[in-house]
Design a binder for this molecule. Structure first.
Ligand code: C5P
Length: 235
C-alpha cells in the first residue's frame, strides 16, 4: 500500500490574528505544521507527503521543507515523496494543487488540515484502514452537542434540526486516490470539504468516530487549549 497525505497549510490565519500564516504559528516550541506532521508517524506501508503552503512565500516554503526533513526521516525508505507546493485562493484550490503533486502509485489519499495539529496518530491509521477495507470515502466526525436552529436571512428561527442526525466533520478525510482526483477534475462545484467534492462526484462517504483532540486551531483560545493538551500529553 501507499498512502498519499496532503496537508493543507496555505490559509492566512486571519481569525488567529498573529500576523503570520496559521500553520507557521508556534505552539509549545514547534509550529502548528510540525505538530500536524507528527501525527503521521504510525502510518503503515509507503507514504508520500505534500504540504500545500502559502503561495509565493519562499520563506515559508523553506520552513515547510525543513519540517518535512526533520519529521519524516523516521519513515526511511518507506517515504516515497515529500514536497511543498503553492496553495490557492480557497481550500478547494489548495487541495487540488496538493493532489497534483502526489505519486500516481498511491492507492489511498488522506487530506488533512494543518490547523488540526494535535490529531492523534491513531485517527490517521483508522481512516486509512477504513478506506482500504471499504473502498469508500471515510471521514472522522463527532456528534453535535448544541441544539442547532435553521434561520432565515433576518435571523428569525425557522426550525430545529434533529441533531441526532448530525456529525461535525474533522480531518484527515480519506479516499481512494484515483476517485478523489476524478471528483476534483470533474469540477463538481466548490464543496467546503473533500467529502463534499467526493460525494458530488458520485462517491460514497461514511463517517467514523472522530476524536476531540483533532479540534481545529482557529482562535487564540484554541491556541491556549493546544498548549495545555501538549503539556498534558508530556506528563
Ligand atoms: O481557514 P480554515 O482553518 O478553515 O482552513 C482549514 C485548512 O485549510 C487550514 O489548514 C488552512 O491552512 C487550509 N487552507 C488552505 N488554503 C486556503 C485556505 C485554507 O490550504 N486558501
Amino acid at each position: 500500500p501507499c498512502t498519499g497525505v496532503v496537508i493543507v497549510a496555505a490559509g492566512s490565519g486571519t481569525r488567529l490574528g498573529m500576523g503570520i500564516p496559521k500553520a507557521f504559528v508556534p505552539v509549545a516550541g514547534a509550529s502548528i505544521l510540525t505538530h500536524a506532521l507528527r501525527g503521521l508517524v504510525d502510518l503503515p506501508g509507503r507514504v508520500a507527503v505534500v504540504i500545500v503552503g502559502p503561495p509565493g512565500d519562499d520563506e515559508r516554503r523553506a520552513i515547510a521543507e525543513d519540517a518535512l526533513d526533520h519529521e519524516l526521516w523516521i519513515f526511511g525508505e518507506r517515504l516515497v515523496g515529500a514536497t511543498v507546493v503553492d496553495g490557492g485562493a480557497s481550500r478547494h484550490a489548495s487541495v487540488r494543487a496538493g493532489l497534483g503533486a502526489l505519486p500516481a502509485a498511491c492507492d489511498v489519499v488522506l487530506v488533512h488540515d494543518a490547523a488540526r495539529a494535535l490529531t492523534p496518530p491513531e485517527q490517521f491509521t483508522r481512516v486509512a484502514g477504513a478506506v482500504r477495507a471499504t473502498g469508500h470515502g471515510v471521514v472522522p466526525g463527532l456528534p453535535v452537542v448544541d441544539t442547532i436552529k435553521r434561520v432565515d436571512a433576518s435571523a428569525y428561527v425557522l426550525d430545529t434540526v434533529d441533531r441526532e442526525a448530525l456529525r461535525a466533520m474533522q480531518t484527515p478525510q480519506g479516499f481512494p486516490f484515483a476517485g478523489l482526483v476524478r471528483a476534483y477534475d470533474s469540477g463538481a462545484g466548490e464543496a467546503t470539504d473533500d467529502a463534499g467534492t467526493f460525494a458530488a462526484g458520485g462517491g460514497v462517504v461514511e463517517v467514523i468516530a472522530g476524536d476531540p483532540d483533532a479540534f481545529k486551531i482557529t482562535t487564540l483560545e484554541d491556541l491556549a487549549a493546544a498548549e495545555r493538551l501538549i503539556a498534558r500529553r508530556a506528563l
